[in-house]
Ligand binder design. Structure first.
Ligand code: WT7
Length: 633
């Protein structure tokens, strides 16, 4: 195990060392792993191109570190503890030995089907062990995984398959979520009918076993391909900077971008951050409730915990099935020690009443984590008092798909905590706050744009197929800095409080959504002339989606029209992008140069029409009154 930080003073000393000698610090962390060949140079970088290389010349395979390395010391320890959707079903476990064998079998099956190093493989699956096994099988043979959250639509899936020119899709037949049995393979069929020419194979895992259409020559069963394979598969030797995976995320403009993470640095950082933030101890049971379709699942369900030799829980279901006590019932049953979830889930469960929590024995819990959006004070207090009985530190972890791992957050019980504050940067992370003119704000008790000054091992390397977009999005706003897109405060004690996105990205239930993406979807409706989407404060979701829509002609039945619009968004993106409110307007407030004044739209959507500022210079000031009068608040 990595040396874990053991007190706040210890943190301060380690942090100091990590910024004075970053290369020495990370070389020391990296030396705790199995390398086929030691790196020649720890770091080579510039933020102008950008071009960042960690552990240059090092050779490794991340699965040897997740699996093989543990066989001797913990082969019979549970690696994956699977909690199925059905609360009464038996838990399924994979020990490190068993997981190693399954990953090798799946890796051999992929190879037998012509998939090899550098090929892209798309996953569209529920939270079942085969998803983790499949992802690791790719990593074993050097294929690049691109996991697409199984709530995205066929259109969104097709866009991602095409962008990465994937060679295969791995999916399930159906997904069980709560009382629903969702036909997932059908979505894949629909996606593949949209010119996904690169796909040669669809590998289908039989999950619930419903009716299915198998296309001969293209579609194969997981059990047919995997079950008979050998349980040994030599791991492919990868360069530190070879791609490990692509994960799509939304930005402020255009289509989602494929964030690229590479093998060596990602490995070092996810394990280090996992062990320190959660203060994982030998024998602990760790549970992160995220979906592997998001970065949280990649880094803190699969890679980080397995690299650390932890027991990681994978949960197939939803927090409210069979009732709103499912999380706590499961914590009691599995004796969970570290629990990591999102504020939106906490708020939703909080609204269902305390009785769902108090009836369970939660004494096994040691650390509670939060991720994805700012956690408001009320939710923080409830989590701390009701779930943690005031005995568990809350680690509020700020990070992004692009950062690969947790950047700012507590280290178990060793960091001071304050509700709604993520706190201090992890060792090796050098955040700074900038003003809009590009000047760094020094000292404490200040607010600015959150940037990072120095590379860290798990940072993104590029956006797939479009390096210029990566440069433009993250490295062009401020010279020599990585720009996060978030605004933040550094309080009098030097603790960071994340305020939220400063770009046209909204955060709905901890899911990132580009407003332009939702607008593009809405505009697909034949009666829509133009639309503008903004976020507004929402009690459960954090932010809700508010759409202003200009239509052509008269709409007879507005409710029916709204339903149609929602359907279009579900078809183009998926249910997570459904607008909560749709206001039909005759115009959108625009500047003389034709730019939509989103500031005004955001204020109206939040129910605050008191001070809209000077609207007289607008191209169409009269539209502001109309928008105010017909606002849906
Ligand atoms: C954006 C990144 C990182 C995994 C999940 C989301 C917001 C994330 C926090 C937090 C306040 C947070 C930021 C960030 N965010 N964690 N603890 N406090 N805001 O990953 O989809 O890449 O979204 O989520 O705005 O930029 P993501």
């Amino acid at each position: 195990m990595t040396q874990q930080i053991k007190s706040f003073d210890d943190y301060k000393a380690v942090y100091q060392k990590s910024v004075e000698d970053p290369e020495g610090f990370w070389a020391e962390q990296a030396s705790t792993f199995t390398w086929r060949k030691q790196w020649d140079k720890v770091l080579d970088w510039n933020f102008t191109e950008p071009n960042v290389n960690w552990f240059v010349g090092g050779k490794l395979n991340i699965t040897e570190n997740c699996l093989d390395r543990h066989l001797e010391t913990r082969g019979d320890q549970v690696a994956i503890l699977f909690e199925p959707n059905d609360a009464d079903a038996e838990n399924i476990t994979y020990t490190y030995k068993e997981l190693h064998a399954e990953v090798c079998k799946a890796a051999n099956a992929l190879k037998a089907n012509g998939i090899g190093k550098g090929d892209r493989v798309c996953f569209y699956m529920p939270m079942v062990p085969e998803l983790a096994i499949g992802v690791l099988a790719c990593a074993r043979i050097g294929a690049i995984h691109s996991v697409v959250f199984a709530g995205f639509s066929a259109q969104a899936l097709a866009d991602r398959i095409k962008d990465a020119t994937c060679k295969a899709v791995i999916c399930s037949d159906y997904n069980s979520r709560g009382t629903k049995n969702i036909p997932v393979k059908k979505v894949v069929d629909d996606a593949l009918s949209m010119d996904c020419d690169s796909i040669e194979m669809v590998l289908v895992h039989k999950n619930t076993g419903g009716e299915l259409n198998m296309v001969s020559g293209r579609d194969k069963w997981w059990h047919d391909e995997v079950d008979g394979q050998s349980t040994a598969c030599e791991a492919e030797e990868m360069d530190s900077e070879d791609m490990l995976f692509i994960l799509y995320t939304s930005g402020s403009t255009g289509k989602p971008k494929g964030v690229v993470h590479t093998c060596g640095g990602y490995m070092v950082y996810t394990k280090y951050s996992f062990e320190n933030v959660f203060q994982y101890q030998e024998g602990d049971i760790y549970w992160c409730t995220a979906d592997i379709g998001w970065i949280t699942g990649h880094s803190y369900i699969v890679y980080g915990p397995l690299l650390a030799g932890a027991t990681t829980v994978m949960f197939e279901g939803v927090p409210t099935y069979p009732d709103a006590g499912r999380f706590w019932q499961t914590c009691e049953k599995l004796k969970v020690n570290q629990f990591y979830t999102a504020p939106t889930a906490i708020r939703a469960l909080m609204a269902q009443g305390d009785q769902h929590v108090t009836k369970y024995d939660l004494s096994s819990l040691k650390v509670l984590g939060s991720v994805g959006e700012p956690i408001n004070e009320e939710a923080w207090e409830w989590y701390h008092e009701l779930v943690g009985k005031k005995n568990c530190p809350i680690v509020d972890t700020w990070w992004q798909t692009e950062t690969g791992g947790i950047m700012i957050g507590g280290l178990g019980e060793h960091s001071p905590m304050k509700p709604a504050h993520a706190g201090y940067p992890l060792p090796g992370i050098q955040p700074c706050l900038m003003d809009a003119d590009g000047k760094e704000l020094e000292g404490n008790d200040i607010e600015g744009l959150l940037c990072v000054k120095y590379p860290w091992p798990s940072m993104l390397r590029t956006t797939y197929g479009d390096h210029e977009r990566c440069r433009q999005t993250y490295f062009s706003a401020f010279e020599n800095l990585y720009f996060t897109g978030d605004g933040a405060r550094r309080d009098k004690d030097g603790m960071y409080r994340i305020i939220g996105r400063v770009d046209d990205v909204i955060n709905v239930s901890g899911h990132r959504m580009g407003t332009a993406e939702v607008e593009n979807a809405i505009n697909e409706h034949e009666l829509v002339v133009e639309s503008a989407v903004v976020g507004y404060p929402h009690d459960i979701k954090g932010q809700g989606i508010y759409a202003y829509v200009i239509v052509s002609g008269d709409i007879e039945d507005e409710d029916a029209f709204r339903k149609e619009l929602i359907q279009v968004v579900v078809k183009e993106i998926g249910p997570i992008a459904k607008p909560d409110k749709i206001q039909i307007v005759s115009g959108l407030p625009k500047t003389r140069s034709g730019k939509i004044m989103r500031r005004i739209l955001r204020k109206v959507a939040s129910g605050d029409t008191s001070n809209l500022g000077d609207t007289s210079t607008l191209l169409n000031p009269e539209v502001v009154d109309e928008i105010k009068d017909t606002a849906l608040v």
